[in-house]
Design a protein around this ligand. Structure first.
Ligand SMILES: CSCC[C@H](NC=O)C(=O)O
Ligand SMILES: [Zn+2]
Ligand SMILES: [Zn+2]
Length: 447
């Protein structure tokens, strides 16, 4: 029987092979093969008799929308959201090629996107397949969106989608999007994310001979700022180290570039103090922070005009929605979707850890900005995540950027993947049949 347990059934083998197929499509930034992914997903939709629409808010960047109509279409719908792009890979550092979707003897599936987030996209599809096979009929309409460009900020994908008239017509009530794997037995879930602020500070000062000590040089002015930023960084990091805050709850600041000096044929001119010096920072602001005081700190301490400094943001995502509320999805009984989500996971035999703030950015904020509840969830427990593992280059805002966060690597075990499909079955069932007040006035009277 131990052999039987380790050999997947035919159905499981087919599920895994469909996942492999999706993983094998090269959708790496900056040149993702989007149409190949969309064609494959449309073939899946056909096999499930789902309606499919390819939306193209920007040419060459298709967003595939699938629909399973509900029997009570007036009720707000469920959006099962995923992105189709993946980050680039340094191929030589991989044990198995990133688009091989190789499965080793332990059942671990190796591919770029195995965790982020082709797993989730296909798990939605498989969960729908199983629910359909069981004869389940949703009350609410269920939409599956497969969107481009999350890895570069989602401006031509989720953002345009969430702001579109088409989106309004979907009457979405709740969004499921990606989370992170977790190494322990509890699943991770995310109710918010930190907003990226990409800050450049620039110092100017009088140029002068390298042998002269004088005040107000560009380098000295910049270094004072860097010292101040480092003190702030340490204060935030100490709260994590001391166990007072989770990673997503503090403001992170990391210096990502330094630019100064006068070039010469042999490198830099060594006896000249330059008149300009610049540094760039990747700042992540939790929705619980006070963005105004951080902006004040930047203007007064990190780049004060009094020290001949200027600053600009290459990218600055707000922490507020249109009504001025924080981009936070409630995780208490005031949000019925959260309660349903928790219960559904438990019913399917899963355990949920304390909900967290996602440390990086996902597409969820584009939906939270519309005031919608969005839950970040990738059902992968007992799965290592490689945070801060190695750097990857990709295009963002036309700039070559370096991410210091990398949770796309490694592998996903096939049993964990299959378990995740059952978890989604349970969640989709609960969401799609939910009616406010239980749809039953009497049951309310009993209370
Ligand atoms: C603002 S574009 C970058 C989005 C990216 N998302 C996942 O890594 C991130 O750096 O968080
Ligand atoms: Zn992702
Ligand atoms: Zn990613």
């Amino acid at each position: 029987s131990s052999i039987e347990a380790s050999v997947p059934s035919t159905a499981s083998a087919e599920i895994i092979s469909r996942f492999q197929h999706y993983l094998q499509i090269n959708t790496a930034q900056p040149n993702p093969h989007y149409y190949e992914a969309v064609d494959f997903l449309i073939s899946q939709a056909k096999s499930l008799s789902l309606e499919s629409h390819t939306l193209e808010f920007v040419q060459g960047k298709p967003l595939l929308l699938l629909k399973w109509p509900g029997s009570t279409p007036d009720l707000p719908s469920i959006l099962l959201y995923s992105h189709t792009d993946v980050v680039p890979s340094e191929h030589h550092k991989w044990v198995y090629p990133p688009f091989s979707a190789h499965i080793d003897d332990d059942g671990n599936i190796y591919a770029r996107g195995s965790q982020d987030m082709k797993c989730v996209g296909m798990q939605y599809v498989e969960a729908v397949r199983r629910l359909k096979a069981s004869g389940f009929q949703p009350l609410r309409s269920i939409y599956l969106a497969f969107a481009p460009d999350e890895e570069i900020g989602g401006e031509d994908g989720a953002q345009k989608f969430a702001q579109s008239e088409i989106f309004d017509q979907l009457n979405v009530g709740v969004v499921l999007d990606e989370g992170l794997a977790s190494p322990g037995e509890n699943y991770s879930a995310f109710y918010a994310e930190r907003s990226p602020w990409w800050l450049t500070i620039k110092a100017t000062g009088a140029p002068g001979h390298g042998a002269k000590l004088y005040d107000n040089t560009a380098m000295e002015n910049l270094l004072k700022s860097i010292e101040s930023i480092r003190r702030f960084r340490a204060s935030q990091f100490d709260m994590i180290k001391g166990g007072l805050m989770a990673e997503g709850e503090v403001v992170s600041v990391n210096m990502v570039f330094l630019k100064a000096g006068t070039p010469s044929p042999t490198g830099f001119v060594m006896n000249l103090q330059p008149s300009e010096a610049e540094a760039g920072f990747d700042i992540r602001v939790p929705p619980t922070a006070d963005p105004e005081s951080l902006e004040k700190r930047i203007a007064e301490e990190w780049a004060p005009a009094s020290r001949n400094m200027t600053f600009s943001f290459m990218h600055q995502v707000t922490v507020y929605d249109k009504s001025g509320n924080r981009l936070i999805t409630k995780t208490d009984s005031s949000n019925p979707w959260w309660t349903l989500f928790e219960d559904a996971i438990q019913k399917a035999g899963g355990k949920l850890g304390k909900p967290e703030i996602f440390p990086a950015a996902t597409d969820s904020h584009h939906f939270r900005k519309r005031g919608l509840p969005a839950i970040g969830f990738s059902p992968m427990a007992n799965t290592p995540i490689l945070l801060h593992d190695h750097n990857e280059d990709l295009q963002c805002n036309g700039q070559l950027r370096l991410t210091d966060i990398n949770f796309d690597l490694l592998f996903l075990n096939q049993d964990e993947y299959l378990k995740g499909i059952e978890i989604y079955e349970s969640i989709i069932k609960a969401f799609a049949t939910y009616v406010e007040n239980g749809g039953n006035k009497e049951s309310k009277a009993e209370l």
